[in-house]
Each structure stands twice: as C-alpha cells, then as structure tokens.
Design a protein. Structure first.
Length: 533
C-alpha cells in the first residue's frame, strides 16, 4: 500500500488540531464543490468547438493534418516530421482517437480531460500531504479559466494536470526505497517529457524544492541528498540525451524579456478574456487570504515556505519567451496557485468565516464561467463565417493573416478580441491552403511545410499589423521586414484581416470576398509590376 508523505516533526503534526479535524469536508460543502465543478466544465460540454481560445484553432488545424496523414487524402502542403519533441501530448493522443469520434470531438475531449486532470491533480497533492482534501480542489476551480488555460495552451494544461498527479505520486513514495522511486520517477518524467517540457519543469522544480527542504529539516548527509536528487534527475537527463541524438532538440528564436508585464500578469492571470473580472477576482482572493492569515487561520505545512519562495523567485527569473514558447513566466503563477494550497493548513475562526470563504470561491468561479460563456457565445457567428469563407478559397491558396489594428500581441485592451487571431489557420484543413501562422516550430510540432512553401513559413506567428502591410504595398519592404511578407501582394492570394471592423484599407489592391463580425476576407489583386524586395 502506498504511504502518504511522512510529517517529519511533532510541531508540524500539531497543526492537525481538533478544530481542523472538525472542519473535514461536510456533505453540503462536497455538494457545492461538485455543482461548481459541473458548472466550470459546462462551457466545454456546451460548445461543439471552443474556438474562442486563442491557440485552440491552431492546435485543431494541426490535429486535422495529423489525422489525415497516411490516409487517402493527406494535406498536400504540410508534411509530418516526427521526432522526440517535448511537446506532443495532444499530437500523440488526439489523432488516434479522432478516427473513432472525429477530430473536433477528440480535440474537445482532450481539453475536457485536461480540465479534469487539473482539478483532480491539485486535490490529490493535498490528499497526500494532509490526508484529506480541504481547499485545493476549490482553488483549482478558480484557476480553471485562468489566462494560459483560457488562451488555449492545451498541451501545457493537459501536461500540467499530469504533473500534478506525478507530484502527488512522488510525495506518496518519498520514503520508499530507490528501487520504488526510480521506476516511478522514470515513468512520470518520460510521459511529462513527451507531453510538455515546461510541465516537466514544474514537476522537477516542485519535487526538487521539497527534497531540499527535507534534507534541510532532517539535516541529511550531503551524499544522501545528492543521491536523492540524482535519482530524480537521471530519467530526465537520459531523455534529453536521446532527444538531442534523434534530432528532436527544442528550437529557439531567442529569449525575450518583458519585465514590465510581470506585475500586470498577476492582476490579469485569473481571466483570459476580461482584465476587470480578473482584477476583481485577484483582489477578492487576496483580501480573503490576507484576513485569514491575519487571524492565524493559515499555516504553512511541510515545504510550503520553500515552495512559495522558490516559485516567486522562478517567476521573477523566468523570461517571457523561451524555446519559441511565449507567456512562459505567467504559467509559473498558475502552477504555484495549483500546488501551494496543498501545503497550507486552514482553520477557519468560525463557521461564518468558512461560509465567507466558500462564497468568495463560488463567486470567482461563477464570474469566470459567465465570462467564458459570453465570449464563446459571441464567437459563434465568427466561427460559422470562417467555415463559410473557407469554401470560397481555391485549393492550395496562399493565405496571409493581418491585424486591422497595430498587431499588439496580446491586445491587453481588448482581450475578448484575442481569440480571432488564429481562426484563419483552419483554412489549412478546409481549403488545403498555406497559412504562415500555423504553428510549425522546430522541436515543438511534428508538422512542417513542404519544400516549395518553406520560404514563407514562420515557426510561430501572429497576424501582421496593418500599418506594415500598407507600407510594404505602397513603398516596399522596410529594412528588417521578415522574408515571408516582404512581397506579400505578389506572393499571397488572399488576406484575412482580423480585429475591429474598418473600411477596406487598400481598395486598389484588396477585393472583399466575405466578412464576419471580427474578420474580413479579401482577395488580393495581383500588381502589374513586382514589388521592391
């Protein structure tokens, strides 16, 4: 039988007071949790395609390509290039399952499984640490539509849910012999490595900090500590070596730092669509935590202080973009929010405090879900219009995506408009088109364009700002213009202009073909003479 994590001191054991035991989950609280859980999952169950998630249409387009591979009608422009990439959770699971239920349903079920893994994984860590589930599952519900999840980082979400379960399993066997721990670590690391590199990093960082805390409190010998950390790191080192040898090394277009965004992410983190809803939720949760802490109702347990300090330092040190993956630092906030509650004991001063905490939690969950429903509902016309517009594209068309604004990514002033950015990439399936914005980063996605289209590819793209498109069309490409748009009126056949509706910006060059509330499809009239390169 797997044992729960050993509490190393009498002082910590005393935290399990009679008052805390008395506050074990009652029937009404459990019922409230399951009601909120069902409500939180409702958007994914209600909408056939949750396309109003920024990256989701891009991932869905890739799933269509992978599901067609090896069949009678493969995608003619993109090819499959498998290697040991550390970002393959949905790429390994969805295409095979799609043959039973269809690509759209399989992708949606993958996302639903990600949400369930997040909530249950957070709860299982608390179950191992405390012997029961008290607050972690409610905390996970509050972050279920946090910014990285609402923006469609589905591989990360699924892998992070697996990492939470891996953390729980590793804590449960921390006092077993190395012959038990090493095989378990190997299985967890191997899957997380294939699923998503940053989820593996969260797992390794959490267990590593916990092991350092154990060594410090137990005054363990240096060699013992090194040995325990080596057992933890060995499977990852082996896999990294195999990945490099197989040609699946993580790509990278440079590290980017946006330090000014770090304070903003904390306020924006709880909602991917509404800055005001997120700020209100963060403030409400912060006030509740402050008041409970002031009353002595919150007490750190086991490695809580080490983990909190470690995650804070990691957030500050982590860049915005690393290995062609953006928004890396904000993912640390969500990981910490899902892990740390398991290491905090809560003893509410009175039943009224308990009810107040539940009310704040329920309000945050309901506000987030209502926001999601509103935004996803508003995109129904856009998604229907997009599918209709794909039927107007000739096969193998060259399709460019532009932004009617200034190309801010993300558009912090209009977060609800962000999901439209990648909807046009679905043309790669419905019209067998080439769209440079399709995610094809080396070392991350097993899909790349064939040789004839390679010069126009960008590994990780977003819509081109309209001012730049106009400058190129009227005056030629300025220095530093990416090659794929240097002569865009000549190279592309169609332009999707996403974002706020504006009049035709270049009537002599663009002919409107189709429109929806958040995009216009234009046919590009070919210029009589070539553009300046």
């Amino acid at each position: 039988m797997i044992r729960s994590a050993v509490i190393p001191s009498r002082a910590e054991a005393s935290l399990a007071s009679e008052q805390e035991r008395a506050q074990s989950r009652s029937g009404p609280v459990a019922i409230l949790f399951f009601i909120l859980f069902a409500i939180a999952l409702a958007p994914v169950l209600w909408f056939a395609i949750p396309a109003a998630m920024v990256d989701y249409p891009n991932h869905l387009a890739r799933m269509f390509i992978l599901s067609r591979a090896g069949g009678a009608n493969p995608q003619p422009i993109y090819q499959i290039t498998w290697a040991l990439y550390p970002n393959l959770a949905m790429d390994l699971l969805v295409p095979s399952f799609s043959h039973l239920v269809g690509v759209e349903t399989a992708t949606r079920l993958f996302y639903l499984a990600s949400q369930i893994l997040i909530v249950t994984g957070a709860a299982m860590i608390e179950r191992v640490v405390k012997g029961r589930i008290v607050i972690a599952d409610f905390g996970a519900l509050m972050f279920l539509y946090s910014l990285p999840f609402a923006w469609g980082f589905v591989n990360f979400e699924f892998a992070l849910g697996c990492a939470l379960w891996g953390i729980a399993a590793s804590l449960a066997v921390q006092d077993r012999s190395w012959t038990v721990r090493l095989p378990l670590y190997a299985i967890i690391v191997a899957w997380l490595f294939a699923a998503h590199m940053f989820a593996l990093g969260v797992y390794g960082f959490t267990i590593g900090m916990h092991e350092l805390w154990r060594a410090w409190t137990r005054r363990a010998a240096l060699l013992e500590t090194i040995g325990r950390l080596a057992i933890l790191a060995l499977p990852a080192l082996v896999l990294i070596g195999v990945m490099i040898d197989s040609g699946g090394a993580v790509g990278g277009s440079g590290t980017q730092w946006h330090l000014a965004f770090k304070p903003k992410w904390i306020m924006h983190i709880m909602s991917g669509y509404s800055a005001s809803a997120s700020a209100a939720s963060v403030i409400a949760l912060g006030v509740l935590i402050f008041l409970l802490g002031r009353r002595g109702a919150l007490r750190p347990r086991q490695s809580a202080a080490w983990l909190a300090a470690g995650f804070a330092a990691l957030y500050i040190a982590m860049p915005f973009k690393l290995f062609d993956t953006s928004f890396v630092d904000l993912r640390i906030i969500v990981a910490a929010a899902l892990i740390l509650p398991a290491f905090v004991s809560v003893s509410f001063p009175s039943p009224a405090w308990s009810r107040a905490a539940l009310a704040v939690t329920a309000a945050i969950v309901l506000v987030n879900v209502a926001t999601v429903f509103g935004v996803w509902m508003s995109y129904r016309a856009d998604y229907a219009g997009a599918k209709a517009s794909f039927q107007m594209l000739p096969k193998r068309a060259m399709v460019l995506v532009g932004d009617s604004g200034n190309g801010d990514d993300p558009p912090l002033g209009h977060l609800s408009d962000y999901p439209i950015y990648h909807v046009p990439v679905l043309a790669v399936h419905y019209a067998d088109a080439f769209v440079p914005d399709l995610f094809t980063a080396p070392g991350k996605q097993p899909v790349t364009p064939r040789a004839a289209w390679k010069p126009f590819d960008i590994p990780y793209g977003s819509p081109v700002p309209l001012p730049l498109l106009k400058t190129i069309a009227e005056k030629g490409a300025p220095p530093g213009t990416p090659p794929y748009i240097r002569t865009w009126p000549r190279d592309y056949d169609y332009l999707y202009l996403v974002g706020p509706m504006i009049a035709n910006p270049m009537p002599a060059l663009l002919e409107e073909v189709s429109r929806a509330p958040r995009f216009v499809l234009y046919r590009i009239r070919k210029p009589a003479t070539g553009l300046s390169p």
